[in-house]
Write a protein that binds this ligand. Sequence first.
Ligand SMILES: *Cc1c(COP(=O)(O)O)cnc(C)c1O
Length: 425
Amino acid sequence: MKKETFVTKEQIEEIVKTYPTPFHIYDEKGIRENAKALKEAFSWNKGYKEFFAVKATPNPFLMSILREYGCGCDCSSYTELMLSKAMGVKGEDIMFSSNNTPASEYQFAAKLGATINLDDITHIEFLEKTLGYLPKTLSCRFNPGGYFSLGTDIMDNPGDAKYGFTTEQMFEGFKILKEKGVEHFGIHAFLASNTVTNEYYPTLAKQLFELAVRLKEETGAHIAFINLSGGIGIPYRPDQTPNDIRVIGEEVRKVYEEVLTPAGMGDVAIYTELGRFMMGPYGALVTQVIHQKHIHKEYVGVDACAVNLMRPAMYGAYHHITVLGKEEAPCDHMYDVTGSLCENNDKFAIDRMLPEVEIGDYIVIHDAGAHGYSMGYNYNGKLKSAELLLHEDGSVQLIRRAETPKDYFATFDCFEIFDRLNESR
Ligand SMILES: *Cc1c(COP(=O)(O)O)cnc(C)c1O
């Protein structure tokens, strides 16, 4: 499928008059249409809820758009809980799916009334000691080990993942929790990441539904919800076919009616914790070409770097690139598109075929809406860029300003050098 940008060259030329590159820009229309489609796809399930994975795009303006479609928040840290609280999200609208969790984070989650999703059997005792009690509702994260396959395709390797309870621990854990007075149980699993196939959720659901039936039969636990978590991916590459959320919802329904309904478990709520699927395609990193370099290879140097989007540097991830205004030009030039970090992995693309690029061109790096800005860091003293929201009426709103040197130096504020740092230019 041809990958198109949601902004045009003309729009960007107007926007940069107010907000200089680089910046992340988000497409409100796309976010809304997708959130609506997800909600409809699971509307067959009475208790259905999406808990947006805050870590993907922790911006309150974007999160509040999702709130309009009934989304809660999936948090994994203290500050993500703070952000949710500040937005008025509390109680059962927060899922706390953390791991290796500090006591203070469990305390804060419990104070907000969040549903706690335990990552390990030893955390039963840890949580009880930390809080002095156990909440009436608790969830446990499941890790079956081995490989997760769809047909003959290996999708991911849970056996090598640090998360979750083993199968035996799920049974033991539920028994212990029940003895300790827990009344309602959840089951959670995240077994494959960024799956671009409609089969992931239905296959995962079958596995979890069958486990739920066995857990109920053997421990007598009341299973209140099953959390399919994240993992629905997006087509980063033009040759990939996007997931069809309606098909996914319908296939999960079939498995539900095949496994849970006959077991008298037709009241179990389905939860999801999607991040990438909710925001990924609806955010882009916009950057300008500032240099070109011709040595052993051809380089295009842009004013963004891995600090703004580290997925290519970290995982060698593919992000599609459009040179604005040259959408129809032939891709007959091969470039490495680089940032300015003193790290050779600071490349947004390697050996990428693009139209002939010139200094001053605006480049859109696609699918940066999830795990993009939020993964950013400050290496080389580079500052994080602004986030903008493109509204449906074409207007643009600043939803996070760019960092300034003052932000970068803020953590020296208790030292004498602080004032001199902020005065020096
Ligand atoms: C990261 C994460 C998610 C979201 O994953 P996506 O791939 O963005 O959908 C959901 N749940 C948990 C526990 C996570 O760690």
